[in-house]
Design a binder for this molecule. Structure first.
Ligand code: AHR
Length: 341
């Protein structure tokens, strides 16, 4: 009896000691551990969100064909530097095959997002699909591409048809509803050339005395604009009452051709163009251009804002339009100092 009491006491004591001994550490560990794990799991979800400094962007630019494009490139480059974005920039010298090569190289380098201003509207499905398969979103900047909507994240840029309509309205004003017009078209097959032609025609459709007598591409450059205007003057001479140029650079080239032909641009031949670059304001001040319809090239800030949202899986609109105005010579002098491009 005595021995069993002793044994019972020893068992009870061991149990109490083991409970007291573990109470300080053992029960706490398993209870705390899941909380730490839960925290560790929650953190990556928020820190997974990229910042501008994390962002690697590939940008397939068209080229340097116009004052507008130079301003557009500067905006894309300067904003990247300002935000700390790593930018891989490619100039395609106005060739679609070079833009496609650039996009493929961005895919191989596994950039986070690709920005592209498609030189022409068609022929992009294959390479955009390759980007999609690699999980890299594509943002269309400045120009649209004729591809299914699931092949790009968003389009940031102008309403070129509306620009064409505005140019038609301006032409109606400066010609007072009557005249023979020659048209300098942008790059063949490009969205702005297609749409600016369309919008202009839409506007003049019910103006029977406004007639387009010739239409040819000047590829958005000054040199080509001058060359084609020389050809127009050779064929139609003084029959030409007005010129509609799809961009200011072609209009500026044409102004030179008109002067060399011995006519006064802005008077003998009225001129309406698109872009509203500084050169156009200077031409309006000199009385050689009658109106310029704005197309905003300063897309850098909006582009990176969209790029970051898209990469972080945030929702963005399928089209983010840029705000634009229409300018006449009366206001050119006052506005020129404020023009940023
Ligand atoms: O896509 C925008 C057009 O491209 C501009 O009007 C023209 O100047 C540029 O080259």
């Amino acid at each position: 009896m005595k021995l069993s009491k002793v044994l019972l006491f020893i068992v009870a004591l061991t149990t109490i000691l083991s409970v007291i001994g573990c109470g300080a550490a053992a029960p706490a560990a398993p209870a705390e551990a899941p909380k730490e794990e839960a925290k560790a799991e929650a953190q990556p979800a928020s820190s997974d969100k990229k910042t501008y400094e994390d962002l690697v962007v590939g940008y397939a630019q068209i080229g340097a064909e116009s004052e507008w494009r130079t301003a557009n490139t500067a905006s894309i480059k300067e904003e990247a530097e300002k935000l700390g974005v790593e930018l891989k920039f490619s100039d395609a010298q106005q060739k679609q095959e070079n833009q496609i090569k650039a996009i493929r190289s961005f895919i191989a380098q596994q950039v986070d997002v690709i920005g592209v201003s498609p030189v022409v509207e068609t022929g992009w499905e294959t390479v955009f699909q390759e980007a999609k398969d690699a999980g890299i979103p594509v943002i269309l900047v400045d120009r649209r591409a004729a591809v299914p909507e699931d092949l790009y994240a968003t389009y940031l840029g102008s309403d070129f048809v509306e620009e064409g309509r505005r140019a038609g309205e301006a032409m109606d004003k400066v010609l007072e509803g009557k005249g023979k017009i020659v048209e300098l078209v942008g790059t063949v097959g490009s969205a702005p050339a297609n749409d600016r032609a369309k919008g202009f025609r839409e506007y003049i459709a019910d103006k029977p005395d406004m007639e387009i007598i010739a239409s040819q591409s000047g590829d958005f450059t000054r040199a080509k604009g001058k060359e084609v205007m020389e050809a127009f003057l050779k064929s139609y001479g003084k029959d030409i009452n007005a010129l509609y140029a799809h961009n200011d650079d072609m209009a500026i080239g044409a102004i030179q051709a008109i002067e060399e032909y011995g006519l006064k641009p802005g008077e003998d031949i009225k001129i309406v163009s698109v872009d509203a670059v500084r050169g156009a304001f200077e031409a309006m001040i000199a009385g050689k251009l009658n109106c310029t319809v704005e197309c905003n090239p300063l897309l850098g800030p909006q582009f990176y804002e969209l790029a970051l949202k898209v990469v972080n899986g945030e929702e963005v609109a399928k089209w983010v339009p840029s705000e634009e105005g229409v300018y006449y010579p009366e206001e050119a002098e006052a506005l020129l100092p404020e023009r940023k491009y």
